[in-house]
Design a binder for this molecule. Structure first.
Ligand code: SAM
Length: 396
């Protein structure tokens, strides 16, 4: 069990962002695929990756990956895996599954076969017929894709977007992982003014504050692998201590979130408090039209209303035109906007420097990036290339 194949799963379009996060955490053999990033590590890296990854959905251990087109073969291969190294005699081990473009297309049978294989292996090992399954939980998954089975164990439990600070849903909140991914694509740095003029429940400003202070997003939450004897409490304590030591609370320029809706402002303030970033993030009840942008070299990362969720088409069109009138001429500001609207550039009145396909839940969106002048001396970082097929970088 020394070296493990680990996978950080992501929404389509964020694979390369998660890969870059892993590289920054010191992992070298990082391989990007659609919806996932493979890397290798030890059990300690399970804890580190869960604690630190901002744009990934979860971290899983891949126990096996093999081609199979036959249920008997699947059973034998699963039975041959050393399940006893993970699953103790009292552990729960539910099996979920998915099958895409594969001969073994019936997902419930795939799940049942995997379960049978594990039980058979454990029966022999523990010399017993029945397992109570009352202990720690090991969520096994079989993912069949083009006749290749990937057998994994989930280590995160609740998705990594659940940082612990957001308990109010608001009108149309964005996932914390997507907000972080957008920020990481923007290359915002803590010395530059930051505003989200449509902050809703505060997700983007809070994620910016966590990035700016180098706060591990998972510092204050629980992970399912914390219940596993393979990852002792000391290990988690150690990784959390290390994360606290790396935190840097000094940010020279405040992070601002504004919203026209009173209820959203109240929720955002609550979340800012719960995230422990009240000294860094300011939330104002202010319509976009009244925001004054006096400083230079600022960054806006925002998730404005799209007609799918808030407002009518005409209202949203007019808001996007107003955004162009207010922001379009700010040459030193970099503006990043996610929306489902394919006509955003036309309404905004400017062609984006870069566009990227991202998903907000099931909604396919474009992340329009209007990159302004950089502060003197700031080095231009390179945008991570999107994973093949999962997203298209349509840089002009
Ligand atoms: C898609 S939501 C933003 C959700 C946010 N990213 C979150 O995670 O909660 C859009 C927000 O824009 C706000 N809004 C709509 N029109 C506005 C305007 N003219 N000025 C400022 N805020 C506005 C809405 O109240 C709503 O909270």
């Amino acid at each position: 069990m020394d070296t493990l194949t680990l996978i950080a799963t992501t929404t389509f379009g964020l694979e390369a962002v998660a890969a870059r996060e892993l590289q920054a955490l010191g992992y070298e053999d990082v391989r990007v695929e659609d919806g996932k990033v493979r890397f290798t590590g030890t059990v300690r890296d399970i804890a580190r990756a869960n604690l630190w990854l901002r744009s990934a959905d979860r971290v899983v251990v891949e126990l096996a990956c093999f081609e199979t087109t036959d249920f008997d073969d699947l059973f034998e291969r699963v039975k041959a895996l050393p399940w006893e190294e993970w699953i103790a005699v009292d552990a729960k081990f539910p099996v979920t599954g998915k099958s895409v473009h594969s001969k073994l297309h019936h997902t419930p049978t795939c799940q049942k076969t995997v379960k049978k294989g594990i039980v058979e292996r454990l029966r022999k090992f523990h010399n017993r017929h029945w397992f109570e399954e009352t202990g720690p939980e090991y969520k096994v998954n079989i993912h069949m894709y083009q006749d290749t089975a990937s057998i994994t164990l989930d280590t995160s439990g609740p998705g990594l977007h659940k940082r612990g600070y957001r308990d109010m849903q608001g009108i149309a909140p964005i996932k914390e992982t997507l907000a972080a991914g957008m920020l990481l694509l923007s290359f915002w740095k803590p010395g530059r003014p930051f505003i989200d003029p449509f902050c809703g429940t505060g997700t983007i400003p809070i994620e910016a504050a966590m990035i700016g202070t180098n706060t591990a997003p998972g510092l204050n939450r629980y992970f399912i692998a914390e219940d596993w004897p393979q990852l002792p409490r000391e290990l988690w304590k150690d990784v959390r201590e290390e994360a606290k030591d790396l935190q840097n609370r000094k940010i020279s320029v405040p992070i601002l979130g504004c919203d026209a809706d009173k209820r959203a402002v109240k929720q955002a303030k609550r979340h800012v408090f719960q995230a422990g970033v009240s000294d860094i993030v300011q939330i104002l009840h202010r319509p976009f039209e009244d925001i004054e942008l006096e400083k230079d070299y600022g960054v806006i990362v925002t998730n404005p209303p799209y007609a799918e969720r808030i407002g009518t088409n005409d209202e949203v069109d007019e808001l996007y035109r107003e955004m162009g009138r207010t922001l379009g001429h700010l040459k030193t500001w970099s503006i990043y906007v996610i929306t489902t609207n394919q006509d955003f550039e036309k309404l905004y009145g400017q062609e984006a420097t870069r566009r990227r396909k991202l998903y907000n839940g099931r909604l396919q969106c474009t992340y329009y990036q209007f990159v302004g002048e950089r502060p003197p001396g700031e080095i231009l970082d390179e945008e991570p290339a999107p994973a093949e097929e999962s997203s298209t970088d349509v840089s002009s």
